[in-house]
Write a protein that binds this ligand. Structure first.
Ligand code: SF4
Length: 216
C-alpha cells in the first residue's frame, strides 16, 4: 500500500516538474519574443496553441470534448487576453471594415473578473459573439478561448439554464502552461479594455499600447 502511495507521489512530482519545465520554457521564449512585431508574435502563439491542442486531441479520452459551434457559455465570462492579441483583433476588424459595439466595450470595461456577472445578462456576452452563438472572429480569437475544452452535456452551457456548476472541463495542461506564461510575460488584461486600447492605437489616438513585457 505504502509503495503504491510512493509511486503516485513520485509520478505527481515528475508531472509537476514536467509542467514547470514547460512553463519556464514558454516564459523564456515569450520574453525573447517580446520585442518582435506584435501581430506576428500573436499569430505565432495562436499557431503554437492550435498545434498543442491538436496533439492533445489525439490522446486517449480527448473525444470526450463536446464543444461545438454555437455553444457559447464560455463567451459570457471575462476573457483574459494580452495586448498583442488585442492588436491582432483590432487589425482583423480594420481589414474587414468592421467596428465592434464600442458602447458595450466601454460598459464592460468597468467590470473585473470578480464583478463580471454583476452586469446585465446581455452585456456579459463577448462583443464578438454572433447571434447564432458562434464567434465572429474565430480565426483570430485569443488563446484563452482556444484552450477551453468542455466535456459535460452541452445543455449545461446554455446560460439561460444557469447550470454553471454542472459544466466540466478537460484540461490540456501543455496549453494551460503556455497561456499562463504569455499572461505572465505580456500582462493579463480583460478583452474590452485591451481591445479599446488597441483600437485607439490603430486609429493613432491615445497612448500607444505597451507591447513589451512588463518589468520584473
Ligand atoms: S472572442 Fe470569440 S470565442 Fe472568444 S469569447 Fe469572444 S466570441 Fe467567444
Amino acid at each position: 500500500m505504502a509503495e503504491a502511495g510512493d509511486d503516485r507521489a513520485a509520478r505527481r512530482l515528475q508531472q509537476m516538474e514536467y509542467l514547470r519545465g514547460l512553463y519556464e520554457g514558454h516564459v523564456a521564449r515569450f520574453r525573447a519574443a517580446a520585442a518582435d512585431e506584435p501581430l506576428a508574435l500573436a499569430r505565432a502563439a495562436h499557431a503554437g496553441m492550435d498545434a498543442l491542442l491538436a496533439e492533445h486531441g489525439r490522446q486517449p479520452g480527448a473525444d470526450a470534448v463536446r464543444c461545438r459551434r454555437g455553444c457559447s457559455h464560455c463567451c459570457h465570462g471575462p476573457v483574459e487576453i494580452w495586448a498583442q492579441e488585442a492588436l491582432l483583433l483590432a487589425e482583423h476588424l480594420r481589414r474587414g471594415g468592421r467596428s465592434p459595439d464600442l458602447g458595450k466595450l466601454e460598459r464592460q470595461s468597468g467590470y473585473s473578473v470578480e464583478t463580471w456577472r454583476e452586469q446585465p445578462a446581455a452585456d456579459q456576452a463577448c462583443v464578438f459573439l454572433g447571434g447564432d452563438g458562434a464567434c465572429t472572429v474565430y480565426e483570430v480569437r485569443p488563446n484563452t478561448c482556444r484552450k477551453l475544452l468542455v466535456t459535460s452535456d452541452p445543455r449545461h452551457c446554455d446560460i439561460s439554464r444557469g447550470e454553471y456548476e454542472r459544466i466540466e472541463r478537460r484540461f490540456c495542461w501543455e496549453a494551460e502552461m503556455m497561456e499562463s506564461a504569455a499572461l505572465e510575460v505580456f500582462g493579463l488584461q480583460l478583452l474590452p479594455k485591451a481591445l479599446l486600447a488597441a483600437l485607439r492605437d490603430e486609429a493613432g489616438e491615445g497612448p500607444p499600447v505597451d507591447r513589451a513585457a512588463p518589468p520584473r
